[in-house]
Design a protein around this ligand. Structure first.
Ligand code: ZN
Length: 344
């Protein structure tokens, strides 16, 4: 057991890539590689007398497919995979859903909003960036070089995802599923993804949190060009508060990145306080009018390169829109179409 920031990590060493490690009765931790700075994702395998449930899939790369094939060949105790659940629409979670469904003849189980949004986003692949999207980053203060780079990368979402199944079974708040011989309650969180499925097993006292609750990273909460006035930070903070009531303080949390941990309530409180601190900092900084891009140094510790621009603009805009919704900040457009923000 190691302890950091009041969280407890009962398994100090993560499993090797593609090697399932038991973390609770019938519940296994499976790690897969990601080709990003964040270099891994945690997936979950749950065993019962019928076979296996997979929760989340990894990204659509040959490396992940090869590791899955090894799992299928050597780690399933001669039982089939009979359920596939995806927590949310991001490519590291849903990337191989279509491939696994084809391989095992399964119907994907996912929330409706994330399934449909995923299909819509995939349809952008191969299309030019729409004017509304370019305008969104231009209003934020992106340079011509940054906008040109954005246009070359547009549609990348669909490239990391195997073609999605054309039908699915809907998971939603209030329903439950059976995995590893136990009932798991579906708890929906919002803000990081539109309708993120988390799974709580009261009998095992285990919580599969996806990206809704991570031990060390603060999940990205972003505004996207398709809905520039969205307020996802309110959704996120409301979800953190909701989870503090819904899940037990001593639950074992199985997150999609980092180590499994105890200390859910403390971590949720820290996430809430982190955003509240950022909001206060922005209000102080915006005593003098600022553009979205001027605020990166207040919110992010690392430098923002072209690849991180959309996440940084999106997360900054989430904080700005939250403050606007509270009537604490005003938008001031200039003659170049760039928006400045000033504290009221
Ligand atoms: Zn995610």
């Amino acid at each position: 057991m190691t302890t950091t920031n009041a969280l407890q990590f009962p398994i100090s060493e993560a499993p090797a890539m593609g090697q399932p490690l038991q973390v609770a009765e019938g519940v296994y931790w499976l790690r897969m590689p990601l080709p990003f700075a964040l270099n891994h994702i945690n997936l979950w395998l749950l065993e019962d007398h019928l076979g296996w449930t997979i929760v989340d899939t990894g990204i659509n790369t040959s490396a992940c497919k090869e590791l899955w094939q090894q799992v299928f060949d050597h780690h399933l105790n001669n039982k089939p995979v009979h359920q596939l659940i995806v927590t949310h629409l991001h490519p590291d979670h849903v990337g191989l859903a279509g491939w696994i469904c084809e391989r095992w003849g399964l119907q994907l189980q996912m929330s409706r909003t994330d399934y449909i949004t995923c299909k819509v986003l995939m349809s952008d692949t191969g299309q030019p960036a729409p004017k509304a999207a370019v305008d969104f980053y231009q209003r934020a203060g992106a340079t011509d070089d940054q906008l040109a780079y954005y246009k070359t990368k547009f549609g990348g979402y669909g490239k990391s995802i195997y073609p999605m199944p054309d039908s699915y079974a809907r998971l939603q708040e209030g329903l439950s599923v059976t995995m590893a011989g136990h009932r798991w309650e579906i708890i929906v969180g919002r803000g990081h993804a539109p309708e993120h499925v988390c799974l709580l097993c009261p009998e095992l006292n285990v919580f599969i949190s996806g990206d809704q609750l991570l031990p060390t990273i603060s999940s990205n909460v972003s505004v996207w060009p398709v809905e520039p006035h969205a307020n996802p930070l309110k959704d996120w903070l409301d979800s953190c508060a909701m989870l503090q009531h819904r899940i037990p303080a001593d639950v074992l949390v199985l997150p999609s990145h980092g180590q499994v941990f105890f200390g859910a309530h403390k971590r949720l409180q820290r996430l809430i306080e982190g955003h509240e601190k950022s909001l206060m900092t922005l209000l102080e900084t915006c005593q003098q009018p600022q553009r979205n891009v001027d605020l990166f140094s207040q919110l992010f510790r690392r430098p923002i390169n072209n690849d991180l621009l959309t996440l940084a603009v999106g997360e900054t805009q989430a904080h700005l829109n939250y403050l606007i919704s509270k009537n604490k900040l005003q938008r001031i457009p200039d003659h170049h179409g760039v928006v400045w923000y000033q504290t009221l």
